[in-house]
Design a binder for this molecule. Sequence first.
Ligand SMILES: *[C@@H]1O[C@H](CO)[C@@H](O)[C@H](O)[C@H]1NC(C)=O
Ligand SMILES: *[C@@H]1O[C@H](CO)[C@@H](O)[C@H](O)[C@H]1NC(C)=O
Ligand SMILES: *[C@@H]1O[C@H](CO)[C@@H](O)[C@H](O)[C@H]1NC(C)=O
Ligand SMILES: *[C@@H]1O[C@H](CO)[C@@H](O)[C@H](O)[C@H]1NC(C)=O
Ligand SMILES: *[C@@H]1O[C@H](CO)[C@@H](O)[C@H](O)[C@H]1NC(C)=O
Ligand SMILES: *[C@@H]1O[C@H](CO)[C@@H](O)[C@H](O)[C@H]1NC(C)=O
Ligand SMILES: *[C@@H]1O[C@H](CO)[C@@H](O)[C@H](O)[C@H]1NC(C)=O
Ligand SMILES: *[C@@H]1O[C@H](CO)[C@@H](O)[C@H](O)[C@H]1NC(C)=O
Ligand SMILES: *[C@@H]1O[C@H](CO)[C@@H](O)[C@H](O)[C@H]1NC(C)=O
Ligand SMILES: [Zn+2]
Ligand SMILES: [Zn+2]
Length: 607
Amino acid sequence: MIKAGLFTLVPILSFLHSAQACGDHHHAKRALPSVPLTPPTRPLEWGDFNVIHTTDTHGWLLGHQEPSFPEPNYSGDLGDLASFIEHMKKIADKKGVDLLLVDSGDLHDGAGLSDGFPPGDVDGHESDKFLLQLPYDVMTIGNHELYNYSVTYDMYKNFAPKLNGRYLTSNVDIEVDGKRVSVGSRWTKFKTAKNRTVVALGVLFNFNANDKGTFVQSVTDMIKESWFKDALKENPDVFLLTGHMPVQGQGSEWEAIRQEIRKSHPTTPVLIFGGHTHIRDCVQLDGRSMSLESGRYMDTIGWMSAKLDAKTSTKNITFTRRYLDNNRITYEYHTNTTEKSFDTTLGQNITTGMHAVAKAFDLDDSVGIAPHDFNYDLAPYPDAEDSLVRLFAREAMPYALTYNNTRASIPNFMIVNSELLRYDIFQGPFTKNDQLTTLPYVDAFAYIADVPAGAAQKVLTTINGARARRGLTARELEEALHIAGGVELIHRQWVRDMIVEGQPRKDNLTLGYVTTDSCPGVGDDTLHKQPDQIFTPPRYVSSKPPTVNDTAPIDLVFVDFPRIRREILQALKTIVGKDYTESVKSYTDVTSDKILGMYAKHAWQSQ
Ligand SMILES: *[C@@H]1O[C@H](CO)[C@@H](O)[C@H](O)[C@H]1NC(C)=O
Ligand SMILES: *[C@@H]1O[C@H](CO)[C@@H](O)[C@H](O)[C@H]1NC(C)=O
Ligand SMILES: *[C@@H]1O[C@H](CO)[C@@H](O)[C@H](O)[C@H]1NC(C)=O
Ligand SMILES: *[C@@H]1O[C@H](CO)[C@@H](O)[C@H](O)[C@H]1NC(C)=O
Ligand SMILES: *[C@@H]1O[C@H](CO)[C@@H](O)[C@H](O)[C@H]1NC(C)=O
Ligand SMILES: *[C@@H]1O[C@H](CO)[C@@H](O)[C@H](O)[C@H]1NC(C)=O
Ligand SMILES: *[C@@H]1O[C@H](CO)[C@@H](O)[C@H](O)[C@H]1NC(C)=O
Ligand SMILES: *[C@@H]1O[C@H](CO)[C@@H](O)[C@H](O)[C@H]1NC(C)=O
Ligand SMILES: *[C@@H]1O[C@H](CO)[C@@H](O)[C@H](O)[C@H]1NC(C)=O
Ligand SMILES: [Zn+2]
Ligand SMILES: [Zn+2]
């Protein structure tokens, strides 16, 4: 299949459940979720220099509006965040301290507000305008801004200019009129409200799946650039490094940048804001530096504070960090406001504007009513009724791919990779937005005719092989950094890792993230418990085996992208002793993104 299919997401979200949405299913607009939310455990600890961080919002600016847990934890929308920032700025002012707002990229590919655009538009063009209404001090580019040149060009032409030199793309270029230029700016220097000098960079990890006409320079090469050396000639109070790059582990290059800075600025505070792997994480690379990564999809708002001393001091700086659940309870708690006093004019205007776009994009158009939640890893595949993987592989895929297909009467065995499924399905209307959040990837399906049924099933076992229930290998992890669905694997592995390392479960807590990171103290603002058990479906899953004998010839159907096609052909060669390369044909015009919608229309009408 085409590279574009794997990399081009077309997701959407669930704003349908908001008051201004029309249709027959919604909660009162921005009312608090009907379940009581657990408030944060303790006030934020302010320093002299404080930063609020967003990353990997992927178009989820309407927040998580589904009533099933833990979605209400993340029910704040961008308007609520804007109100929060406005109150927090006032608090900062009263305290006489700085409060900055920073973003680490990936603004679309994930939800309908960005990706549900009508033909002719550009992904994220409308939703980005809402982000521009917030007082961001610094933003940077993510890999999702680089899969399609039109999107990168939109960032260059329409987005970056609105940030007046604060859209930082230190190592990312675009070719325009035959010239290669930074999409935004390489670096910037500015003064804060309290007159502190800040030198800021915006760095992307060594991403290699970018579109033609866009360029990513490696971090190793970037730190040799003359502009980088110029930036280090400055003598700021703070280095503020934002970047679309994990704060530690595979794919993280922050240490190289920090070391370079430390050569000329051994003690200047270095604050790092990362992203891309969608997790909550924190690490201190040295005693005068802290690095924070703040989740994904508007589930988490990051907080970092630093008590600054003389910048030549060699003592450790007192930093704090906190992962705030994005909801109004959190925001009201930390700003000492109430349901009545919380909303600001700007916040309300943003919410109203977003709902108007959701309406224009038909994001609430429902194709059926999901009878219950379908969960990716809280229910075991293939047996549990509420396993999302079972729903897709065993029910929806076989239905949709054989729909109006002349090969429908020939027995088949269908193989698909489970990480295509990006987000859970919740009970209630299954909308255009839900289709985009759950399975945005536009992948085609191919088949090989006359494969012995027994061999077809052995192919599945073979390609799953040893990796079935193990963690990701270093090579898979590296690959996962570059492909869109790959980050889902990393995030899910992180959730599982947290279960091993996390705090003991407390029955009076609600489900949600339980974070263990490399920084001192507890990071989560609201304490949650983890699910009792997490199930890991195999990497590759299938339709039900056909009820024919092992030698009967069947159609072996599979999602057709290069890695899977390669692995299947290799396995067949080993099992059957035959090269089927020339026998691969297109099975249907139905692409992966259409499957759940077709199934919902067929199976979910009557509930
Ligand atoms: C978080 O989700 C859990 C269920 O997973 C729910 O019980 C709880 O109320 C939510 N907490 C917040 C703060 O939204
Ligand atoms: C890139 O985006 C443009 C504008 O939305 C769209 O017309 C085009 O089809 C996209 N390209 C790919 C390969 O998806
Ligand atoms: C910041 O510095 C400028 C001069 O550099 C001065 O005019 C201004 O009053 C200072 N503001 C604060 C808040 O200290
Ligand atoms: C200073 O911070 C570093 C890095 O976090 C840590 O290893 C070291 O123990 C700290 N030193 C003191 C005196 O706290
Ligand atoms: C919170 O607000 C209330 C009412 O405006 C006020 O009485 C109270 O002192 C405030 N509390 C804090 C901690 O600021
Ligand atoms: C309200 O939002 C619209 C976009 O939805 C924007 O054009 C306008 O400037 C905003 N007005 C105010 C007062 O913030
Ligand atoms: C069925 O397939 C035929 C041939 O591909 C096509 O012309 C027809 O429109 C399809 N019908 C439906 C209902 O999709
Ligand atoms: C849960 O219970 C523990 C001890 O029983 C208590 O300390 C804690 O405050 C409770 N947490 C919540 C959110 O009720
Ligand atoms: C297996 O099924 C095929 C096709 O239905 C048939 O031709 C063949 O005789 C069957 N073999 C056995 C051993 O039943
Ligand atoms: Zn992302
Ligand atoms: Zn990313």
